[in-house]
Design a protein around this ligand. Structure first.
Ligand SMILES: Nc1ncnc2c1ncn2[C@@H]1O[C@H](COP(=O)(O)OP(=O)(O)O)[C@@H](O)[C@H]1O
Ligand SMILES: [Mg+2]
Length: 364
């Protein structure tokens, strides 16, 4: 089945991506830290799951904190705990290692982490996992998906634990994935000389949208497998609207399969539904940041793109007040770090075709 409404799990289910698959497999076997970056829905999670399929892997998804203003170490630990519990189906012997960690209790195949002062240290948990991997003669991959959300972690810094693992735990390799590239690097603090991760090598894999040709092929071949023939016009229009974003193309594919035929009207329907999703994700950001000004900026950038002074003029008109350059710079930087806006030459643009299409309709 070529279209999925959730991340792909197995390599044979992936369309294209042979090169990235090979690169990621090599990376997790050779480097302590690999960073996988790319827009939302280009297929990062799918690539990572497929590349590490069948390998010892702990997969922590912190995406759910996207709509939160902050998160605590206990919240993070709870996600980690769940991931370790799922990993037990791979090898129950992990329990023998993890139960020796202070602050961890084991009941059958359930784990409990203490809270507050007695809570386990991330370093100790990683050490236990490393020992498990060492004794099995294997490498454990620890994936933190949408890792940029960890910039919201308050009261605890996990970077020293990761730096410690980098230096000492040879049987663990990390994969940090993120769709908000600026934030991801801000979280990892690779550029900050005061950070324990400063200057550490990280392999970087960037996932790009499919080329026009590949996007057309993905839709055509996928639909053919369901016995649905499509016109060139349909394919051209679909790719013009959804670009090479495989998640949106899959969404359209599933919709067409559900209806049993491919009419141009379905593309418009999908655009409308996708817009609602993209707007609600953008509104999560607006709410987490606590300023409606982001909405006006995105409207100013709109479907055509805008220069700094165009954005500024629009914003001042809309708000009826003067905006300082430093304020606008800060707002734009947050939009860029969060992946909603990009700067190309001197123009700000919205890279996501759906959000770009939907700007006029945004209300949060
Ligand atoms: N290589 C691929 N082949 C087929 N479908 C894919 C591929 N990559 C992603 N998808 C589909 O696209 C959607 C988004 O993929 P996902 O991996 O969740 O993206 P991301 O993690 O970058 O947001 C999912 O429904 C997934 O099934
Ligand atoms: Mg993902």
């Amino acid at each position: 089945m070529p279209f999925f409404d959730r991340p792909v799990e197995k390599p044979e289910e992936l369309f294209d991506r042979e090169e990235e698959l090979g690169a990621l497999r090599r990376a997790v076997n050779s480097y302590a830290i690999t960073v996988v970056v790319g827009f939302r829905r280009v297929g990062k999670t799918s690539l990572i799951k497929a590349a590490t399929h069948g390998m010892p892997r702990i997969y922590v998804d912190v995406r759910k904190f996207e709509s939160f203003q902050y998160m605590t170490y206990d919240m993070f630990l709870d996600e980690l705990r769940k991931s370790v519990v799922s990993f037990l189906s791979f090898d129950k012997r992990v329990l023998d290692y993890i139960k020796a960690v202070k602050g961890v209790r084991v009941f059958g195949v359930e784990l409990e982490f203490s809270h507050g002062r007695a809570r386990p240290l991330l370093t100790s948990i990683l050490e236990a996992l490393d020992s498990w991997a060492r004794d099995r003669g294997t490498r454990l991959v620890v994936v933190i998906d949408e890792a940029q959300e960890l910039t919201k972690l308050r009261g605890y810094n996990i970077i020293p634990a990761i730096a410690y693992a980098y230096d000492n735990l040879r049987n663990i390799s990390f994969v940090f994935a993120g769709s908000k590239i600026g934030l991801l690097y801000r979280f990892l603090k690779v550029q900050d000389p005061a950070s324990p991760l400063y200057g550490r090598y990280m392999e970087r894999i960037e996932l790009k949208p499919l080329s026009r040709e590949k996007a057309v092929e993905f839709l055509r071949k996928g639909l053919e497998e369901y016995g649905i023939k499509v016109s060139e016009e349909f394919l051209e229009r679909a790719v013009e609207k959804l670009n090479g974003i495989i998640g949106w193309l899959s969404y359209l594919g599933l919709r067409v399969v559900g209806k049993g035929n491919a009419s141009l009207h379905t593309i418009d329907e999908v655009l409308e539904e996708a817009s609602k999703i993209a707007i609600s994700e953008f509104c999560n950001f607006v709410n987490a940041m606590g300023s409606k000004r982001y909405i006006e900026i995105v409207k100013a950038v709109g479907s055509e793109g805008a220069t700094w002074s165009e954005v500024k003029r629009y914003l001042e008109l809309k708000l009826g007040t003067k905006i300082y350059d430093s304020e606008l710079a800060r707002l734009l930087k947050n939009l860029i770090d969060n992946g909603f806006v990009e700067k190309r030459d001197n123009t700000y643009i919205i890279p996501d075709p759906i959000l770009r299409y939907a700007t006029k309709a945004i209300r949060c």
